[in-house]
Design a binder for this molecule. Structure first.
Ligand SMILES: [Zn+2]
Length: 483
């Protein structure tokens, strides 16, 4: 790999197909329902019965426009649909309706930030609307076709050849994915094929401005597979070029088990799809006022939210990124902070360590969290007011999670209230000081670690209920140490 990268530059462009989050299909009223039985969400239009005519879904247009606006694209007041002609059994019309000549959005961009801190702008050349095909499932000597997906609205988001490594490509994809989910344009479930990616990759000698021959790896539906496919293609193409052989222009599929690409078809220069304007659909005309109105629907996007969390809540960048990874998680966090404004950092810690850990173990999403925003706020309040220690809170947490109880109730039931009885603590400390002169000397000599020994002993005598901070303060006072 290193040898290849010393001689060649990697050039990557990406095409993402995102399924639009609409209730019904692109040209008919058939419901989009993942769990539906095969061939039950179909009608004359999406099965291409003779004479059936398409009617455009307005919601799909709105979602495409929101995507364009969120990425600074030009939204065209006029755009139109075209037919891409080819035969495949899961495409009953014999053509796919797409936007070839006049897409709805062009010239957008997305900024990515790499691990090194370097920022880079990736051009989004076009966003076009199109329909999905049905699905073929192949068995031994026969195949079954399910047309439920036929006519489901998609947008295809096409970048320029701007990326130079797997890291740049996957960072772009993760950011784009997060944006689409925050915009509620796409559900973004990768395993359901809501967000699929084609990788175009070529190599060229370092310093060259001419592009090399590229291959296209189709239909990747995981960020990991994108990374693996890119690494494989760099090595495969690099080995060919180093041996003086030519790279062939091909369409490839990635085998996720063997981690190799396989040839799907070899391309002569352009597949001939005989694109022509779709005669059954009028042009889309978007009044500028409508675009302006839709623009107001754009929420705060993850990158902006992350920066705001760092600025407003003084969170480390890493914590803010984790919280903004998922829209619902960021909402949960902010609701907690609203309820308990002084605990921004502590709440982040409890969510990122304890809560996510238990959610993960229970295979739950944050929306299904048994610990409500109110319960989380109450827990932080109890710690802050000194009613319970952090250690006690960790013991209570699984009970809150499993039994969906409020922390105050658990504290009362279990008699877990932390003792702030200074007199009692002083009494125990005095006994301990008398019993452990050696440790006292060490502490006076500056060995702060011995503090833990005394606090631990007090805890033991008080069944873990002593307030550790109060104990430490009282001990220092008794020994006349600086606090
Ligand atoms: Zn239909």
């Amino acid at each position: 790999m290193d040898l290849i990268l010393q001689k060649y530059e990697v050039v990557i462009g990406l095409e993402v197909h995102a399924q639009l989050n609409t209730l019904t299909k692109m040209w008919c009223n058939c419901e989009i329902l993942k769990s539906a039985y095969e061939n039950t969400k179909i009608c004359q239009v999406c099965t291409a019965q003779p004479g059936a005519l398409p009617v455009l879904n307005k919601q799909a247009v709105q979602l495409a426009v929101l995507t364009g606006l969120a990425h600074g694209a030009t939204i065209h007041e006029q755009s139109s649909f075209d037919r891409k002609n080819y035969f495949y059994p899961d495409l009953p019309k014999g053509f796919q309706i797409t936007q070839f000549y006049r897409p709805i959005c062009t010239d957008g961009a997305l900024e990515i930030e790499l691990k090194s801190g370097e920022k880079k702008l990736i051009a989004i050349n076009r966003i076009q609307m199109e329909e999905d095909t049905g699905k073929s499932t192949h068995f031994g000597d026969y195949s079954l076709i399910n047309l439920n997906r036929c006519g489901v609205p998609l947008i295809e988001i096409i970048t320029g050849p701007d990326m130079r490594s797997a890291e740049e490509a996957t960072t772009y994809l993760k950011n784009l994915h997060a944006n689409l989910v925050f915009l509620e344009v796409c559900k973004g479930n990768l395993q359901d094929g809501n967000f699929r990616c084609d990788v175009n990759l070529s190599l060229r000698p370092l310093g060259s401005t001419k592009f090399g021959v590229r291959t296209e790896v189709k239909n990747l539906n995981s960020f990991k597979h994108v990374e693996q496919a890119i690494h494989y293609e760099i090595q495969r193409q690099g080995a060919l070029l180093m041996a003086g052989e030519a790279v062939e222009q091909q369409t490839l599929l990635f085998d996720a088990e063997k981690l190799v690409t396989k040839v799907l078809r070899s391309k002569s220069n352009a597949d001939d799809y005989r694109y022509f304007p779709e005669p059954d659909l009028p042009q889309i005309k978007l009044p500028a006022a409508l675009i302006k109105q839709w623009e107001k629907l754009i929420p705060e996007l993850p990158m902006a939210k992350k920066s705001r969390f760092v600025r407003d809540y003084q969170l480390p960048v890493y914590d803010a990124s984790l919280l903004c990874d998922e829209k619902e998680l960021s909402v949960y966090y902010e609701q907690c902070v609203t309820l308990y404004p002084n605990g921004a950092k502590k709440i982040a810690n409890w969510i990122l360590s304890e809560l996510l850990h238990y959610l993960h173990e229970g295979h739950l999403t944050i929306e299904k969290s048994p610990i409500t925003v109110q319960a989380m706020g109450e827990l932080i309040t109890l710690i802050d007011e000194g009613v319970i220690s952090g250690k006690m809170a960790k013991e209570i947490f699984p009970m809150m999670f499993d039994e969906k109880k409020m922390p105050k109730n658990i504290v009362e039931e279990k008699g877990l209230v932390q003792s702030n009885d200074g007199d009692k603590i002083v009494e125990i400390l005095k006994e301990l000081i008398a019993l452990h002169p050696k440790e006292v000397e060490e502490l006076k000599g500056g060995r702060d670690r011995v503090l833990g020994f005394f606090v631990g002993q007090v805890m033991k005598k008080m069944q873990g209920k002593a307030n550790p901070q109060l104990t430490t303060d009282l001990l220092k006072k008794l020994l006349e140490l600086p606090t």
